[in-house]
Design a binder for this molecule. Structure first.
Ligand code: NDP
Length: 280
């Protein structure tokens, strides 16, 4: 299989542009073995960026992730997220400690504010910076921040240390291409594209199916290849099915032609004006 392309973070660390999501994992004990196996398969295939959150199954997904990375922590770029209501200065520190315990590790590589809440951003950033100095996180970032939120963040003391913004981005949700994506690209802040296959909903699109057939590929692979075409974009598909994880990993081998990219633009038009950032 072709090597997975990489994206450079502002702190100089290079991460795979294709990682692993974990939302909905850890909900049912009976599914745990296949979830762990799926994540391990992804790690074996080089999808070594693993995205989780304290929210997912209220810590259950972090426990699954912890099992999957056991014995191979150094191979993994581990990302977790803090609930907005835990994002006071001390709250961030306490939430991080709980996440580390569930993940059975001593550090996260990237810690994100899951979405913006009531706590002033200055406080959250101060907590993140304290965690960074203590070596408990390698870098911090945000999630679900639109352009105005990002502009406000970068004006704050240490705000420029923001290492990523994780947002909804896929063929059917292209609003960020109008402003947020180019703004982040200019500043070298990667976008982590969540729900990169729109939780499966776009896979029945006839044009996507037509293009996929022409490459002897699947619609999911074309949807992921579309994202991998973009500079500074990291896609984090979730699958609890090892065969689908393999299928998703193989999307890096697809090289979409200009003609097919134009056809995708016709089927999923890029934005012509500002669209407020959508959330799932
Ligand atoms: P995805 O777009 O990754 O889709 C996941 C769904 O698609 C699952 O039902 C999965 O089923 C199915 N699927 C995966 N691969 C394939 C395939 N090749 N063919 C057909 N179906 C497939 O949605 P998510 O919302 O899970 O987003 C990905 C990750 O992004 C999350 O898991 C989470 O880590 C993160 N996220 C972050 C958010 C935030 O606010 N920051 C919000 C939402 C997600 P199955 O498992 O059975 O294969």
């Amino acid at each position: 299989m072709a090597d997975i392309p990489t994206v450079l973070l502002p702190n100089g660390i290079s991460v795979p542009a294709l990682g692993l999501g974990t939302w909905n994992m850890g909900e049912h004990a009976s599914a745990a073995p296949i979830e762990v196996e799926s994540l391990k398969r992804g790690l074996d295939l080089g999808m070594t960026l693993l995205d989780t959150a304290e929210m997912y199954a209220e810590g259950g997904a972090e426990e699954i992730a912890g099992e999957a990375i056991a014995g191979r922590r150094d191979e993994v770029f581990l990302v977790s997220k803090v609930y907005p209501w835990n994002a006071s200065h001390q709250g961030v520190i306490d939430a991080c400690d709980r996440s580390l315990e569930r993940l059975t590790t001593d550090h996260l590589d990237l810690y994100l504010l899951h979405w913006r809440g009531e706590h002033p951003l200055e406080e959250t950033v101060a907590g993140f910076e304290e965690l960074r100095r203590a070596g408990k996180i390698g870098a911090w970032g945000v999630s679900n921040f639109d352009l105005d939120d990002m502009q406000e963040l970068l004006e704050l003391p240490d705000g420029r240390n923001c290492a990523a913004n994780q947002v909804l981005y896929n063929l059917s949700r292209r609003g960020i291409e109008y402003d947020l994506l180019p703004w982040c690209q200019e500043r070298g802040i990667p976008i982590m594209a969540y729900s990169p296959i729109e939780q499966g909903r776009i896979l029945r699109n006839p044009e996507l199916i037509r293009i996929a057939k022409a490459y002897q590929a699947t619609p999911a692979q074309v949807a992921l290849a579309f994202l991998l075409e973009r500079d500074g974009v990291i896609a984090i598909p979730k699958s609890a099915n090892p065969q689908r994880v393999e299928e998703n990993a193989q999307s890096v081998e697809l090289d979409l032609s200009d003609e097919d990219l134009d056809s995708l633009d016709d089927a999923f038009p890029p934005p012509q004006r500002k669209h407020p950032l959508e959330m799932i």
